[in-house]
Design a protein around this ligand. Structure first.
Ligand SMILES: Cc1ncc(COP(=O)(O)O)c(C=O)c1O
Length: 469
């Protein structure tokens, strides 16, 4: 019965007329049969098998943990908790309220013209190419979608993709959903006898012979994330040269995830794989406005590379996202133009942000040392891996039920100190999770007050443990 005691037929007649309602009534008399049972429905409506079981995500779990525990310092997820400079946010306001109404409407699907033009100006000299903004650049919803288009646009059934671990966790899902197989090789922390406990991200090393053994005729792609998340490693010229040679020998694409390219700390320097001899033709490079301008919520990224590889990515993009947000692209374009005009000055945000991060990094590293951790000082980015194994006898993890020790540690540590961090084993393949278990990942692109709170919470906790022991 419907409103006022009407039958379905009467209610529908009022909307579509009686003769149409009679036709519709026939469709309403669906017999109750085996297809309508809860289990039959659940079976048919389940997640398609290509998505697995909807694998557990460290992000979902730890964002929930932050909501449940409201940590005094959240150094888990990687984003700044301060404003970007005014000229960046003003550019967005100006785009949305511009006299040109079209800046609030759909724009060119493969990248807003002003943005692809400014990206071509920025990157052409950096890759020693005269980038064609129409055919050699694709704008995406964050670097995340850039990864998706590059992987889905190239990896086929039977293809192998070499992944250096720890790795940004979505790589694995994208590769396997494309029908490919991920072949992992871990970076391992190798202590330097001359440096004692002063470890840096450069101590995380690749076994080059192992790397070579992974290349074969099925290898379609290698993903090279330099500067690297979560270690902060900046791959050396020698390491990159070996990778470049192997890519050419086995006819492999290099997917260069360079989202932290502007966050390299002196004296280290970022080197682009696309600039190695013979590599432009086989390299797709990814960047992110979110990381570049401290606006991760703007979710705008891009790929650039040779037109034939970019074309494959555009096909995926066109059938998934089609076009990115116009006012955001306009604002990023005008910000890039603004920064290009002062590129060689210390004020340029592409240079100043990394300098601002160094004292934050050093402050956190000291705080960690004073609280019993061994931090591995990063050469880039805004994450720090810190070894907690010396604290193992100070924290009772027996009530934490997770399989991996770093999950147990980070959860208990958050409860006891109110400082939230992430478990790095999430960024290793099943076989190598052990390599991440002694670490916690700390994010330091936070306001100084937040870092000070974290330092105090950790120090108080450590002192109370020392008193007890
Ligand atoms: C290595 C790496 N690649 C890609 C991304 C995705 O970047 P975006 O936020 O632009 O999608 C991230 C984000 O944290 C990252 O760390």
């Amino acid at each position: 019965m419907f409103k006022g005691g009407q039958t379905l037929l009467k209610a529908v007649s009022r909307c579509v007329g009686r003769s149409n309602a009679v036709k519709l009534k026939r469709f309403n008399n669906v017999p109750k049969n085996q297809f309508n049972t809860a289990s039959a429905m659940a079976d048919k409506f389940k997640l398609p098998t290509r998505y697995g079981t909807g694998e557990k995500s460290v992000w979902v779990e730890y964002i929930q943990l932050a909501l449940d525990h409201k940590p005094k310092a959240n150094l888990g997820q990687g984003f700044p908790n301060f404003y970007p400079p005014d000229h960046i946010t003003n550019a967005l306001a100006a785009a949305a309220t511009s006299k040109n109404p079209l800046l609030n409407q759909y724009t060119r699907g493969f990248g807003h013209p002003r943005l692809v033009n400014s990206l071509a100006k920025l990157y052409s000299p950096l890759v020693c190419q005269n980038l064609n903004p129409q055919t050699q650049i694709l704008v995406t919803i964050g670097a995340y979608e850039a990864l998706y288009t590059a992987i889905l646009g190239h990896v086929d059934r039977g293809d192998e993709v070499i992944v250096i671990e720890p790795y940004f966790d979505c790589y694995e899902f994208m590769i396997t959903r494309a029908g490919g197989t991920a072949k992992y090789i871990p970076l391992k922390p190798v202590p330097d006898p001359n440096c004692g406990n002063n470890l840096t991200s450069a101590n995380w090393k690749l076994d080059m012979q192992h790397l070579e053994s992974l290349f074969n005729c099925c290898t379609k792609m290698i993903i090279l994330n330099t500067p690297h998340n979560p270690t902060g490693k900046v791959f050396t010229m020698e390491e990159m040269q070996v990778i470049a040679c192997l890519c050419q020998k086995f006819n492999v694409i290099c997917l260069a995830d360079e989202v932290y390219e502007w966050l390299v700390f002196e004296p280290k320097q970022h080197v682009k794989m696309a600039t190695f001899p013979g590599m432009w033709e086989r390299t797709l490079t990814i960047g992110s406005a979110g990381k570049m301008f401290s606006v991760t919520g703007w979710k705008t990224g891009w790929l650039y590379g040779p037109a034939n590889l970019i074309y494959n990515c555009t096909v995926v993009h066109q059938n998934c996202v089609y076009t990115c947000l116009t006012p955001i692209q306009e604002a990023i374009a005008s910000t890039i133009e603004y920064e290009l005009a002062r590129f060689n000055t210390p004020e340029c945000y592409l240079r100043s942000l990394s300098k601002e991060l160094v004292p934050k990094r050093d402050y956190l590293a000291n705080a960690l040392k004073e609280s019993g951790f061994i931090p591995h000082i990063p050469d880039s980015g805004y994450f720090m891996m810190a070894d907690w194994s010396k604290l193992a006898d100070k924290i009772d993890l027996s009530k934490e039920k997770d399989e991996y020790a770093d999950y147990r540690f980070t959860k208990k540590f958050a409860k006891e100190t109110s400082v939230l961090t992430l478990p790095p084993s999430a960024f290793f393949s099943k076989k190598s999770k052990k390599l991440g278990e002694n670490f916690a990942r700390f994010c330091f692109i936070k306001q100084d007050e937040n870092l000070a709170t974290a330092a105090k919470q950790m120090k108080d906790w450590f002192c109370s443990k020392k008193l007890k022991s």
